[in-house]
Write a protein that binds this ligand. Structure first.
Ligand code: SAM
Length: 198
């Protein structure tokens, strides 16, 4: 199991690019903020919060959540852009979830970071904290490994159909595409998917 706190402490964080996810900018350019609702928006596994601040700059109230205290400490030290806030917590923790309701979740490199055996828990947690009709909008890491071969990770990839299968009980897929914009090295390896809470 990954010790995320330790990885931030050692500076071992190859996912940290110093800027928001390019597919998030592409999504907003194409669709505006319609798939984030009125807010608040949750960003689970937000790391240093670049996506949180990008969304907040569009006038949305955004909560960045992360297990790692050091990530949240670093996120809070960066100049805010709007109505963002940060919390240390576990997305899967029913105590954390209790009473929370969000109009949308922005997923980016949290789903691929967790152990694949926790994916159903991720989907249940997302369903639990979203309002009916709320959106789980995300950019998912795809799988370039052979099926049957044990995959080393994180990140753990998945094929679009497999990702959809985790969410289909509580969500309908509204739209999806492979983004044109990506961090260098991730071109063609990501999938934007917009799921709506049933
Ligand atoms: C690969 S990093 C990505 C961070 C950020 N999304 C980015 O792209 O810069 C995965 C993050 O998810 C956090 N994380 C993993 N499992 C989590 C959970 N169950 N609840 C909240 N955060 C979690 C880790 O602490 C880590 O910061």
């Amino acid at each position: 199991m990954t010790d995320w706190e330790e990885r931030y402490r050692k500076g071992d964080m190859p996912w940290e690019k110093g800027e928001a996810a390019p597919p998030l900018a592409e999504l907003i350019e194409r669709c505006g903020t319609q798939y984030f609702g009125e807010g608040p928006v949750l960003v689970p596994g937000c790391g240093l919060g670049h996506d949180v601040r990008a969304l907040a700059s569009h006038g949305l109230a955004v909560t960045g959540l992360d297990l790692a205290e050091l990530a949240i400490e670093k996120a809070k030290a960066i100049q805010p852009t709007g109505a963002e806030s940060y919390e240390v917590g576990n997305f899967f923790d029913p105590v954390w979830q209790d009473g929370r309701k969000f109009s949308a979740i922005w997923e980016h490199t949290c789903f691929c970071a967790i152990d694949p055996k926790d994916r159903a828990t991720y989907a249940r947690s997302a369903a639990e904290v979203l309002i009916p009709g709320g959106y789980l909008t995300g950019v998912f890491f795809l799988t370039p490994h052979d099926p049957g071969e044990e995959e080393a990770g994180p990140p753990f990839g998945a094929a679009p159909g497999e990702i959809e299968s985790y969410f289909s009980e509580h969500f309908s897929l509204v739209d999806s595409w492979v983004p044109k914009r990506a961090y260098p090295g991730r071109e063609g390896k990501e999938w934007i998917a917009i799921f709506r809470r049933k």
